[in-house]
Design a protein around this ligand. Structure first.
Ligand SMILES: Cc1cc2nc3c(=O)[nH]c(=O)nc-3n(C[C@H](O)[C@H](O)[C@H](O)COP(=O)(O)OP(=O)(O)OC[C@H]3O[C@@H](n4cnc5c(N)ncnc54)[C@H](O)[C@@H]3O)c2cc1C
Length: 396
């Protein structure tokens, strides 16, 4: 197995790097590199810039407007975006619902939704989890009852990321209660402007409005918004989850954050010396760096097999990637100590001055640390990923 990049890969990396240097707006880059919060407009702006270049849908086949890149090219692109500090392309449209529409949607759905996802005309959110149905997703209770050419949807979704901005939600709904729970689920696309939908914020530990509850009260959804066959939604849902976990290792971003960590650890002092020269702290950073290097090699090994379809190894990458991301934020907070404690939301939202003690690097780090507690929960909790590994990889 040769894990080195070819000459073509390196030329591609240079092309991406040059493009990003010329096209990534500095204000967006500064927000990302400095752990500030991104607005809806920030995400949409970057999406539209990449769309103009034809580089939004790196995992889509060319026939649908994707790049048609190999897994290695996609990896290089993600690495370069992370290195440069681009905003993320939000996954809900491009990486989640789009592959499901391509695989199981009809031609009308493909023709209508896919171009709108590419151009960011529709902002999508994910309506899977419900109170009491997270890990045990198949127990979901939101009902969709057929009445003529419509479904009437009643129930509640929760933890719905950025639903406050969304135009569309893809939902798992129960269409049959008299069968095994996995066999009575359907996959519906719902316009968020439909009467009867209420979005209520959930404010997280970092006081950010990132997730929501979404309530459905007699919401009328046209039957043509059903994906595939009624009661076959569990199959489509699982297909989507495989795609959800592919980029979750986020090695590129972790590499960038490791450099940031070393920089702040060189700036902050312990016993009159730079913290990075403290043997105990330096050994923590070194062991994290070793873990990250091992993860990077594992990602490259998975990519070199390029099965075209994410398998159970995505669970392994998810666990390791999120552990490393969380550890990075822990060491950042440890490095800045009490300077991480003050909390200034206006500074996080983009104000250039902050009114509190400490430097600009330190000010966003406590909310950043708190925010990253989510990574071992979302996308299927890390305990559930371990269950998948024991069953699908170890065969236990
Ligand atoms: C920030 C954030 C954003 C999210 N965004 C979305 C979104 O946009 N759309 C959406 O649909 N969902 C979203 N989620 C929901 C997420 O998918 C669920 O939180 C997750 O699946 C866990 O479900 P739960 O919260 O109901 O916890 P539970 O399933 O109740 O789990 C509680 C604890 O028990 C453990 N556990 C449960 N079952 C088992 C088992 N069989 N074996 C071992 N341990 C187990 C879990 O690991 C966890 O530690 C988001 C969550 C967060 C935190």
């Amino acid at each position: 197995m040769d894990l080195n990049y070819t000459a073509e890969d390196l030329a591609f990396r240079d092309e991406v790097r040059t493009y990003l240097e010329a096209n990534l707006p500095q204000d967006l880059q500064q927000k990302v590199l400095n752990h500030k919060r991104l607005s809806r407009e920030d995400f949409v702006r970057w999406h539209k810039i990449l769309a103009k270049q034809g580089w939004v849908a790196t995992g889509w086949p060319a026939e649908y407007g994707g790049t048609g890149w190999t897994a290695t090219q996609r990896h290089i692109f993600e690495e370069e975006c992370a290195r440069a500090g681009t905003p993320a392309i939000l996954p809900f449209g491009v990486n989640m619902v789009a592959p499901v529409i391509m695989a199981f949607g009809n031609q009308t759905q493909k023709d209508y939704y896919l171009p709108r996802i590419l151009s960011c005309e529709d902002w999508w959110c994910q309506g899977y989890s419900e109170p009491g149905s997270g890990s045990d997703l198949a127990s979901l209770k939101t009902r969709a009852e057929r009445e003529g050419d419509h479904y009437i949807v009643n129930g509640q979704k929760t933890w719905t990321t950025l639903a406050q901005h969304a135009d569309m939600i893809f939902c798992l709904v129960r269409t049959d209660t008299g069968v095994r729970k996995q066999e009575g689920i359907s996959f519906l696309l719902i316009d968020m402007k439909t009467p009867g939908i209420t979005v209520r914020p959930i404010i997280m530990l970092d006081e950010d409005h990132e997730v929501n509850e979404v309530f459905f009260d007699n919401v009328k959804v046209p039957v043509e918004n059903l994906i595939g066959e009624e009661n076959k939604g569990w199959t489509y849902a699982k297909y989507l989850l495989g795609h959800e976990r592919t980029n979750i290792a986020a090695v590129g971003r972790a590499k960038r954050e490791l450099q940031f960590l070393k920089r702040i650890a060189a700036k902050h002092q312990k016993n009159g010396l730079p913290l990075i020269d403290d043997a105990v702290y330096a050994s923590k950073v070194a062991s994290l760096e070793v873990e990250l290097m091992a993860l990077e090699i594992t990602v490259l090994r998975v990519i070199s097999q390029d099965s075209g379809r994410p398998g159970p190894e995505a669970s392994l990458l998810k666990i390791k990637g999120t552990e490393i991301q969380q550890r990075l934020t822990e060491l950042m907070v440890e490095a800045v100590g009490p300077y991480g404690l003050p909390f200034d939301p206006a500074f996080l939202e983009g104000e250039t001055e902050h009114s509190i003690v400490g430097d600009d690097d330190a000010a966003p780090l406590a909310p950043y640390y708190f925010n990253f507690r989510k990574t071992s929960i979302y996308g299927g909790s890390n305990e559930i990923q371990k269950n998948i590994i024991t069953q699908m990889i170890l065969g236990l």
